[in-house]
Design a protein around this ligand. Sequence first.
Ligand SMILES: Cc1cc2nc3c(=O)[nH]c(=O)nc-3n(C[C@H](O)[C@H](O)[C@H](O)COP(=O)(O)OP(=O)(O)OC[C@H]3O[C@@H](n4cnc5c(N)ncnc54)[C@H](O)[C@@H]3O)c2cc1C
Length: 465
Amino acid sequence: MPESAARTFHRLGTTEVPTDTRRLFGTAVVLGGSIAGLLAARVLADHAERVVVVERDEITGAPAPRPGVPQSTQVHTLLPGGRRQLDRWFDGFSREAVAAGAVQSGPDDLRVHYNGRLKVSTPDVDFLSSSRPFLEALVRRRTTSLPNVVAVRGRALGVELADGRVTGVRHETPEGETVRLDADFVVDAMGRSSRLGHWLAAAGWQQPGTRRMNIDVNYTTARFQRKESRPEVTTALAFWALDRLPADVAPAACSAIEDDQWMIMFGGFGDDAPGRTPEEFRRICRALPGTFADAVEGEMIGEIQPYKQADSRRRDYHLLDRFPARLVSVGDAVASFNPIYGQGMSSAALHASCLSEHLRSSPDLDAPARRFFALQRVVVDAAWQTSATPDLALPHVGGPYPRGYHLAKRLTDHVVDATVTDVEVSRRFNAVTEMRAHPSTLVTPGVVLRTLRATLRDRRDAVPS
Ligand SMILES: Cc1cc2nc3c(=O)[nH]c(=O)nc-3n(C[C@H](O)[C@H](O)[C@H](O)COP(=O)(O)OP(=O)(O)OC[C@H]3O[C@@H](n4cnc5c(N)ncnc54)[C@H](O)[C@@H]3O)c2cc1C
């Protein structure tokens, strides 16, 4: 009997450090040195004599936004599912991050508001907050300090293919010279604009189909100086059902991060781009729960940073009949979602787990990495289900709606409403949205029963006595 997606997802989320690794090849090359590429390089270091990470941007020592990751000025929440993987691949990662200034939030430090109501606290809350450049710099330092990993600067121009497999890559150095690198294994981690599909098509291979959902999400992020080093609440989130968004506020997140700063973001959809001036930013925060209002009392640091993402998209590598051997794709290059769900970095971390499982399964390296893509599909499907499906409720998203969508949406709305008051439903729901558990683990008689009770309780409480 085939293994269920929930079981596979659970196994990929393990925190056990593999001990059954062995050398499989000489040189592995990773194209793109951001979160997904660095994590893939960490895994490859267990299986290759040498791992070369080719990154187009100049990387300086201090954490800073860079052109290749334009979204890095925005709030980046590391979901617990991804954080576990960072601790798995880099011993003591969270401890090191906290020592360097990242802020840890447990059940007493986090406040989540849904449709204007404060949600119950669950005992297993464990968030780590920092800016994206801070987190990426830490991952880079840990990866490139491995003895067999090197990072080089270059813009990847293409992959070399022969006899049904990848044999090397070409990249351009900052001086404009084209360099060829022999490779026994290549990972595409070039982000959502990856050209891998085009390169394959140009070489006579199949190009993966791309599924897109227009979400038109507008982000606005600003940083403020924090008055207290350890405030009572370190993370506050305010969400609304996407089809019940009030007119004068916005879905918002406020996190204490390194350097005694607050990072605050708003999301808006379509023509709605809230908080683009300091006055408007502060005004919106003052209409939100107290943590937001307190945070904007401090000095604003730097400028307000806007960002727009037009679509969620996924490339279906797992559906290709023909694909070169010794080649895989990870991270946003395969799937990138509506950022308000904060899934991107954790997905990338779970793709690294897929790569590790694939390489530890004694794969036939001269055949396409189908097992890898099948494992990765489980992660992508799960993330897509928890983000793209709710996004179908956005007024400007016109489908296509899967069969049974409207009934499933009504049930899901009840479950989400129940998370406001029911600890157990909330705990299970968080495990899914934090990428610690597969979405199917929410559909149990226990959750349905508790949801029903919470719905009835809410209705009873809403009736004026
Ligand atoms: C507004 C916004 C907010 C977000 N918030 C969150 C969040 O809260 N939590 C979360 O987990 N995720 C969040 N994400 C998603 C997250 O940013 C991505 O999922 C994550 O960065 C993916 O990592 P990646 O390594 O796959 O790609 P990227 O980070 O996009 O990196 C791609 C890398 O490839 C390099 N590259 C590209 N082309 C070439 C080439 N030809 N040669 C060499 N190098 C190349 C680039 O320079 C870059 O370093 C957010 C995204 C957006 C847009």
